[in-house]
Write a protein that binds this ligand. Structure first.
Ligand code: PMP
Length: 429
């Protein structure tokens, strides 16, 4: 691309286009991407960057994958979209069959929607309608973990951490929810039951107003990239049963193997009442999300006053998205993804843990195909991003966190380039 075209495109972008969490008066620098293939993002300025972010957890087989492309082309030639009210189609049916087959025990009913945040809203509405149908309308609030993150719509935002989720900005319209301490025992520490005290106390006092407890299983992502102990989740399941509160696990970031198990709740050997999926669901190709639930929840809602579940997006079960999701799952099942994630984990441990001794570093932690360096101070995003570009990698740190969750298709050499870049940049801070 010539320089003038590049400049004028970026100028329009700067003046007219919102980006995630962006300012229109003080926009951050933008990189213009021309194409992406495998684990590489190709910038219009000529640089080729190894993507450490998997486009925010979603690309696991790499960009521009011939089989995923082909699935889209074939589906486009049949139909790109058709409404889902009164009509159905094979791509959606096959996808839902697969999701039911792969999901934790008991999750048999699937609601497809447009994005992760919407799938969380759908999960919340399911829980609310469930208790209404059981004649317990007072059970309409949610208990959520501090440091949790579940999305940006008004519903999902209400169950995000009240501080980092900026609840005060929307205080007048925000649904009032309840929060419990985030699990204090880390993934590989010895479990200590004391970390359950606050959860127990909150359930004990609030259960009559609670529809559900909502958690990100094992990994609290946007709220701090923290990995917590599976026994916490196991106990949360038991406590929810004891207090008659539904359990929603948000697997939008963790689903499809990222933590080393297909779904993170499997580290604890539990199944939720409602589970949300997104991001990786289409291999990172197109937006699609799913909310799965049990016969018990679905039948109760369906036999309630409304006689149906009250949600129905225009682009529900978009055939293109379903077709590419089917191919992504087929690809995942065609190789030993678990060994690949394990080998990424082993390599991350051997290459990143030494960064724990750097003066700017507070902690280094690794789980599955996720590597996190936590710093003592927050980073200056534009300057650190530029340093990474100079190292040939794409990373998007936030706050005190410099982290990667690369596509599973990354090679050993490419992963070493990523970890070396992380160490070089962080060491110089
Ligand atoms: N839940 C979790 C755990 C997430 O990580 C995200 C995305 N960052 C969401 C929900 C929201 O998904 P989306 O951005 O697709 O709306």
């Amino acid at each position: 691309m010539n320089k003038d075209t590049l400049q004028s495109l970026l100028q329009f972008d700067k003046e007219h286009i919102w980006h995630p969490y962006s300012s229109m008066t003080n926009p951050q620098p933008m990189q213009l991407v021309e194409s992406a293939a495998g684990v590489y993002i190709h910038l219009a300025t000529g640089e080729k960057l190894i993507d450490g972010m998997a486009s925010w957890w979603s690309v696991i087989h790499g960009y521009n994958h011939p089989e995923l492309n082909q699935a889209l082309v074939e589906q486009t030639e049949k139909m790109a979209h058709v409404m889902f009210g009164g009509l159905t189609h094979e791509p959606a049916i096959k996808l839902c069959q697969k999701l039911v087959e792969l999901s934790p025990e008991g999750l048999t009913k699937v609601f497809l929607s447009d994005s992760g945040s919407v799938s969380v809203d759908v999960a919340m509405k399911m829980a609310i309608q469930y208790w209404q149908a059981k004649n317990k309308p007072s059970k309409h609030q949610f208990l959520s973990l501090r440091n949790g993150y579940h999305g940006d719509t008004l519903g999902s935002m209400s169950v995000c951490d009240p501080v980092t989720g900026m609840h005060h900005l929307f205080a007048d319209v925000m649904m009032q929810q309840h929060f419990t301490e985030s699990p204090s025992v880390k993934f590989s520490e010895v479990f200590d039951e004391a970390c359950l005290e606050d959860l127990k106390a909150k359930l004990e006092t609030l259960h009559e107003s609670l529809a559900a407890l909502i958690v990100e299983p094992i990994v609290q992502g946007a709220g701090g990239m923290k990995f917590y102990h599976p026994d916490y989740l196991k106990a949360a399941r038991e406590l929810c049963d004891q207090y008659d509160v539904l359990l929603i696990t948000d697997e939008i970031a963790t689903g499809f193997g990222r933590t080393g198990e297909l779904f993170a709740c499997q580290h604890a050997g539990i199944a939720p009442d409602i589970m949300t999926l997104g991001k990786t669901l289409t291999g990172g190709y197109i937006t699609l999300a799913a909310t799965l639930t049990t016969d018990e929840v679905a039948d109760t809602i369906s036999n309630g006053e409304a006689g149906c579940f009250m949600h129905g997006p225009t682009f529900m079960a978009n055939p293109l998205a379903c077709a590419v999701a089917n191919k992504h799952i087929e690809l995942l099942q065609s190789f030993d993804w678990q060994s690949k994630v394990k080998s990424i984990e082993t390599q991350l441990k051997s290459e990143l843990l030494e960064a724990a001794s750097y003066s700017a570093v507070a902690d280094v932690r690794i789980l599955g195909a996720i590597g996190v360096i936590e710093l003592h101070q927050s980073v200056d995003m534009p300057s650190i991003t530029q340093s990474f570009i100079e190292q040939g990698v794409w990373l998007r740190p936030f706050g005190k966190l410099v982290y990667i969750m690369p596509p599973y298709s990354i090679t050993e050499t490419e992963l070493s380039t990523l970890t070396s870049a992380m160490k070089t940049v962080v060491k110089a801070l």
